[in-house]
Design a protein around this ligand. Sequence first.
Ligand code: PMM
Length: 283
Amino acid sequence: MTATRLVPGLPAPGRCLVMGVVNVTPDSFSDGGSYFDPEKAIAHGLELVAEGADLVDVGGESTRPGAQRVSSDEELRRVIPVIRALTGAGVAVSVDTMRAEVAEAAIAVGAGLVNDVSGGLADAAMTPLVAEAGVPYVVMHWRGHSHDMQTRAVYTDVVREVTAELGRRVDALIAAGADPAKIVLDPGLGFAKKDEHNWTLLARLDRLLGLGFPVLIGASRKGSLTRLLSGTDGTPRAFTDCDDATLAITALAAVQGAWCVRVHDVRPNADAVRVAGAIRDHA
Ligand code: PMM
């Protein structure tokens, strides 16, 4: 597995890809409210591409710890106009959704990848949908919805359990007829994970990379960074002030062969993946 591995239908620039985040939500922890207005979301997506994003991830449902679900009608209302406008402008778009209905509507307006933080576990219709549609699909490690996911952050060996649970999702997808070449794996940093679990998964990224599928890392502005960088009084660093730290993870993951990083602050991450690409080219 290398960063250059092609996932059909997506850009293949020969280095780790950069996925820019557009949360069309009033309450995402990282950029909550900033792009809830569709015009602002579209403008932001275009801005991320101008800064070097290879694709733009559009989501309409917050997954921050404790978040409650929105209805599928509301999710559709939030994301579809934004995806339609961005794909119409030639942008490669992924839809960040746990719902097959939303994924299907997004694909119909041009989304080229489905990014499902539940890895198909939240909606039984998702696995057959992505298998049938033949789109690239991000299978993130997940143990339950955000309102109580941190109670499931219980592991004996987090690396072994996460890779095994992802492996079972891959088996289900292949059994449903999905093309293995279109499956992307994601350890799900911060989802039913304590800080120690997130750091251990990053320390042993080789184990996930070793499964042979492209790997996506979503570390940008995650709580583990805010707590790692807390002040001397123990106050966590603000989410939006963790972009330099995100960059460190991007560089380390990209040089090891991650396929894509999902980030909010695109421009420096786009530089970092190019640096990592140059190092890999000369390894
Ligand atoms: N994290 C969030 C949302 N979607 N998708 C993938 N594949 N991996 C992630 O780690 C991930 C995700 C939550 O972060 P946000 O509120 O900044 O969007």
